[in-house]
Each structure stands twice: as structure tokens, then as C-alpha cells.
Design a protein around this ligand. Structure first.
Ligand code: GLU
Length: 420
């Protein structure tokens, strides 16, 4: 069956491999799998931008609405030079699984523009964001598909996009997009939501396995929004953060970093090494002997070059798709526990959901309420995955999470009458 599906050019190859892995553990029908091995809708377009020089450049862009079974599409928009169709499909598929796993009433989607935003001026970035919204607006909506921030996009970008949508529609529709600035209907707690959600997941996992955050040694790859916030939170909770990195350098301090000092010294997300910490390579960080390894940067950072040397016993995937599929099998053989991205980093989409609820009710929550709802729901999600695992011994949390998500999506497809 798998060979036959490969011939379909719309199929998401990565998604199919992942689904194939679950097929081995449960009996899904080919009809059910076919509903999930390719996206429901894919929009491939170009975004024209007038550059500061006066020249107009066009950038390749994608929005993949993978599933609408459980609700409108939901997922971020990334600006990155390596954005391409297959990757966006795969990330949209992961969003569908993520939303189902943490039980928010959304399908899954993802968007991206193939651009290096670091090479754009502020004005060019704004024109790119507005142009993206002009091109995509017929295909999104508060009950259709709701974009959000992702790699290299933030509240400011969402603010430009919601404003552009308002200009086109002639009215302000805040629920069209999440991760907005507070002054435009954003939610309190959205910025740190992904990191805080991940910290709740880690704490719950450790407690259930007889350990604690306090005293655990941690290495974090990536010092963007997610990496920096999770470093801060875990440090506040008593963990010892022994290694950190950004895209330029990795730093190691056996005694544990003074994270508030590191954050204060960081210059727009760049680590400064005034502390005299030891400079190590990225692969050295990945292969450190720590209690918890947290990839919080970009995809495929755990790969054939470093996977065999990994020494930690626990990986918390804060980035999306940080482990290649082949390396994942090796981690399983080595009985290394991976708390998968669709669980670990779901705090972002969870608070996006809260934001969307606040926008439709016009009832804005306190940050305490956001944190407490986030905690309740993230803890419930970890518990539901862990309850499904054997009480003792090694359990593949990724497979368990996928299984739970796929079952929920198929249940919704069945309820819609899309299955025989
Ligand atoms: N980009 C984030 C993710 O990958 C958040 C998506 C959202 O809030 O819709 O989960």
C-alpha cells in the first residue's frame, strides 16, 4: 500500500513514513490513512515586495491546510531561506497532530516564505508581511484557517498582517490571526507560552518518573524566543543550565549558567560570551552528558552526524521536527526517551487557542488565568500520553502521541461522514 501511495505527487513523504510507523502498531484501514497522508489544500503562491532600492522582488510562498477534520486550520508562518513545499507539508501535518493531541478544536496548517529576513530592512519586512497577507487573504478566516508566528516571525509581523487584513475587509477581525501584539487583541502570556508549556510538560514527565526539575542538568540548543524563555523558567525552577547556543556559537559552563545575567547580556537574541564560558561546537552541545537535552532551534539538528554519540537519556523537543526520522529509530534502539515536538511545544498553539477564544468573546484574561489554563491542559495532555504507555520500562512517547492524535482526527473524519 505504501508504494502505491508514493506515486501520488501530493503525498507528504515524511508524513507517510511517520504514518507507516504507526501502522505497525495499530490497525488503521487504507481509507483512513489516505485521509491523512496528503494535505487537504495547498496554496502555492508568490509574494511581490518593493525593496528599498525600488526594485520589486518576488518570493516563493506556501500555505498548507493539512486537515480540517477537527476545526479550522491553525499554524504559524515562517520566514526562512530554506522554506520549501515538502517541509511546509510536513510541518502542517505535525500541526494537525499537535492540535488533536492537546485537544484544541483546530485542524492543522503551516505557511512559509522562502526568504532570509535577516537580509531585509524593517520596511522591507513590513511590506513582505503585508504582501503575504494580501495574497493569502481569500484562503484564510477565523473559521477557515488562522495563521500565527513561527520561525523568524513575531507579534510585530502578526500586527502588520492583521492590519492588512482589516484594510482589505474594511473591518478589524482580530480572530483571523494569533500571536498579535497585546494592543491589537493579543493574549497575555503568548510570547512565553511555548516555553512555559514545555516546562510544564517536562516537570510532569520528570515527576511521573520519580525525578525533579530541581537539580537536573540541562543543555539547550537555540536562544530565540523558545530557547531563552525555557532557559529562564527552568533556571527559576532550580535546574542547572550547563550549555546554551545560538546560530553562531555554543557555550558550556559545568557549574551552570547565571541565566538572568546571560539574558541581560544577550543582544537581540545573540549570546554574548563575556562570562568567559567555554566555547564548544554545536555537536558537542548535542552530545553532552546531561539529564535533559532541549533542541529549541531548527529542524533536523539531531541527525546521522551526532545521533550515535548522544549521551542524554531524555530529549525535550521544543523545536519542530528536530530529529530526523532515521535518527529517531536509533534513539529508540538506544532507549533514549524523546518527548515529541507535538507535545513538548504545544503551549504556543494552546495559548493561540486562548487568544482566539478571547477575540471571539471580547473577554480578555489575566496572565494568571492564561498560565493556569495552560498548566491544566498541558499536564492533562502529558498524562494522557503517559497513561497509554506501560507503567514501567521504556515507552516511545512519539508513537503513543501520534497514535492518540491520529485516532482523534479519524474519529472526527468519521463523525463528518467522510469514511465508509
Ligand atoms: N508556530 C507554532 C507551532 O509550531 C504556533 C502555532 C500557532 O500558534 O498557531 O506550534
Amino acid at each position: 500500500m505504501i508504494d502505491q501511495i508514493h506515486e501520488d505527487k501530493n503525498v507528504c513523504i515524511d508524513c507517510q513514513t511517520r504514518l507507516g510507523n504507526i501502522l505497525q502498531t495499530d490497525n488503521f484501514t487504507s481509507e483512513e490513512i489516505h485521509l491523512l497522508d496528503k494535505p487537504k489544500r495547498m496554496i502555492i503562491f508568490t509574494v511581490p515586495v518593493k525593496m528599498d532600492s525600488g526594485e520589486v522582488k518576488t518570493f516563493n510562498a506556501y500555505r498548507v491546510q493539512y486537515s480540517d477534520a477537527r476545526g479550522p486550520g491553525k499554524g504559524g508562518v515562517r520566514f526562512h531561506p530554506e522554506v520549501e513545499e515538502e517541509e511546509v507539508k510536513n510541518l502542517a501535518f505535525l500541526m494537525a497532530l499537535k492540535c488533536a493531541l492537546v485537544d484544541v478544536p483546530f485542524g492543522g496548517a503551516k505557511g512559509g516564505v522562502e526568504v532570509d529576513p535577516k537580509k531585509l530592512s524593517k520596511g522591507e519586512l513590513e511590506r513582505l508581511s503585508r504582501s503575504f497577507m494580501r495574497e493569502i487573504h481569500p484562503f484564510i478566516g477565523e473559521q477557515v484557517d488562522i495563521p500565527a508566528p513561527d520561525v523568524n516571525t513575531n507579534a510585530e509581523v502578526m500586527g502588520w498582517m492583521v492590519d492588512e487584513y482589516a484594510k482589505i475587509q474594511g473591518k478589524f477581525v482580530p480572530g483571523i490571526i494569533t500571536g498579535k501584539p497585546l494592543s491589537l487583541g493579543g493574549s497575555k502570556g503568548r510570547t512565553e507560552a511555548t516555553a512555559l508549556g514545555g516546562a510544564y510538560v517536562l516537570r510532569t514527565y520528570l515527576e511521573r518518573t520519580g525525578k525533579t526539575v530541581e537539580g537536573s542538568t540541562v543543555a539547550i540548543q537555540g536562544f530565540g524566543n523558545v530557547g531563552a524563555h525555557i532557559a529562564r523558567i527552568l533556571h527559576e525552577w532550580g535546574a542547572k543550565i550547563v550549555a546554551v547556543s545560538d546560530s553562531k556559537q555554543a557555550l558550556y559552563n559545568e557549574e551552570g549558567f547565571d541565566i538572568p545575567a546571560l539574558l541581560a547580556a544577550a543582544d537581540s537574541g545573540r549570546l554574548s560570551n563575556d562570562t568567559g564560558a567555554e566555547v564548544i561546537s554545536n555537536d558537542e552541545l548535542i552530545t553532552l552528558e546531561v539529564d535533559v537535552l532541549i533542541p529549541a532551534a531548527i529542524s533536523h539538528q539531531i541527525n546521522k552526524h551526532n545521533v550515535n554519540d548522544i549521551k542524554t537519556k531524555l530529549i525535550l523537543e521544543m523545536a519542530n521536527d528536530p530529529v530526523t526520522t532515521a535518527s529517531d529509530a536509533i534513539l529508540e534502539e538506544k532507549q533514549i526517551t524523546v518527548i515529541p515536538d507535538i507535545l513538548a511545544n504545544a503551549g504556543g498553539v494552546m495559548v493561540s487557542y486562548f487568544e482566539w477564544v478571547q477575540n471571539s468573546s471580547n473577554d480578555y484574561w489575566t496572565v494568571e488565568k492564561v498560565y493556569s489554563e495552560l498548566e491544566t491542559r498541558m499536564v492533562a495532555a502529558v498524562n494522557s500520553v503517559m497513561d497509554d504507555c506501560e507503567a514501567e520500562g521504556y515507552c516511545n512517547l512519539r508513537k503513543q502521541s501520534y497514535l492518540l492524535s491520529v485516532k482523534r482526527i479519524i474519529e472526527a473524519e468519521r463523525a463528518r461522514g467522510r469514511l465508509s
